[in-house]
Write a protein that binds this ligand. Sequence first.
Ligand SMILES: Nc1ncnc2c1ncn2[C@@H]1O[C@H](COP(=O)(O)OP(=O)(O)OP(=O)(O)O)[C@@H](O)[C@H]1O
Ligand SMILES: [Mg+2]
Length: 512
Amino acid sequence: MLAIVRACAVIGLDGCIIEVEVDFNPRATLPMFTIVGLPDSAVKESRERVRAAVKNSHLQFPNKVYIVNLSPADIPKHGPAYDLAIAVGVLASTDQIPLAAIENSLFIGELSLDGSVRHVKGVMPMVYAAYQAGIERVYVAASDAPQAALINGLEIIPIETLGQLVEHLYGLNIISPYVPPPLTIDDSTLPDGIVDFADIKGQQHVKRALEIAAGGNHNILLSGSPGVGKTLLARAMPGILPKLTIDEALEVTRIYSVADVLQGERPLVQARPFRAPHHTISQAGLVGGGSMPKPGEISMAHRGVLFIDEIVEMSSKTLEVMRQPIEDKIVTISRAQGSMTFPANFLLVGAMNPCPCGYYGDSTRACTCSPTMISRYQGRLSGPLLDRIDLHLDVPRVEYDRLMSDERAETSAEVRKRVESAREHQRKRFEGRAGLYANSDMGVSEIQQLCYLSPEAKQLLEVSTKRLQLSARSYHRVIKLSRTIADLEDSRRIEVPHIAESLQYRPRPQNT
Ligand SMILES: Nc1ncnc2c1ncn2[C@@H]1O[C@H](COP(=O)(O)OP(=O)(O)OP(=O)(O)O)[C@@H](O)[C@H]1O
Ligand SMILES: [Mg+2]
């Protein structure tokens, strides 16, 4: 007898419904269990798990011929997520589950030898694919139910064991669908290890720049001598980032589901990501890759911050692969089976020393590097990459007296209020414009349509552009930044002070 059960594959971040066809031939004499349809070794091993799980659930596993076909055959199948569907297929084809009971359903889960159903990765995109395919019910491991229920519009049935599932399908011990708690974002408590702005002495200028970066999602580069507090300042960033919206949280959660880093009961990601990969990270680790591509750090930082400390130490190849995603806010990875795309809209915070010895421009120590060494060092960040960084900051040394004083600066929470309000202006500004969510996302046409400059501001910009010989890109960058500065002050128009401040953050000409 033939049974057809639905399961799901995940390609990139997208689920793809797979039909698991199990053909049972009771008349065969030599027992056989074959899986066809591009299975990898973990899928092939499914045979052994399914056999043991069925037997240990006190169900029958007639020792005859089973052919399992996973279709469409051209999609590669990975991992143990097909176990449950294969087991259900075996049971349905041997008359131990009524065929009518598995219609319109999707089965996701790995099986233990004792018959219990286990967590698999990528449940959220799978359930979403089921929803789009019009499937009404999804059976998942009980531990995956909260994640599955992030998708509305279908029934999520949490199951602990294969035996329990069979009873449910026979209508014996009905399992009630999982009822999810309402989707909420609670980020009232900052994650551990996040520095509060109030604990950082001085550095008003840098804090202000970080506020602007957060306010309009602008990339920022901090340069300064060793120990001046670059890492400290960058690590304070999460405290001033705007709250995630539910839609953004769902986007991030989908990536985290595929990367398999979600936590049990409350899987919805609550805070903007802050990723700080080491500068020795591989290209695949940074932008994503592998034979079955996984999201890299830049996608794990989607809607949050990617902090690269000692960014100049990163290999030039690795830096270059980041260039395109910074511009496009997505990354495309090509493979023989086709290309896949991961979102990568992050705020880049880079930190670096100004020269090899670290003390170029320092007020307390002389730099021992030659001008050639300095320009070669700084030149490791290529022009096109620097061009994509809106804020360039020199971090000065804080004087001893200041460091020791007990002055209390503004807290992260206070700064964050302004950031939130600036983002609210942007949300209204970009309403109905797909793909635009912060000022840094604006292209040339949006800048022209949406950024009003006062006549005086226009004049200042014109004079500065000529005097400083700003490139077209720098010119637009100045306007985008001043738009954010104006938003932080709730100003509808861009005024002279906004332009003047924004001009301070342009890249320094390279030292020679
Ligand atoms: N403004 C400040 N207020 C309070 N503490 C500070 C400040 N600046 C630096 N510190 C202290 O100095 C330490 C070193 O700072 P940090 O590691 O951020 O320096 P850095 O600029 O990243 O140096 P390096 O270039 O060597 O990486 C911090 O852990 C912190 O304790
Ligand atoms: Mg550091």
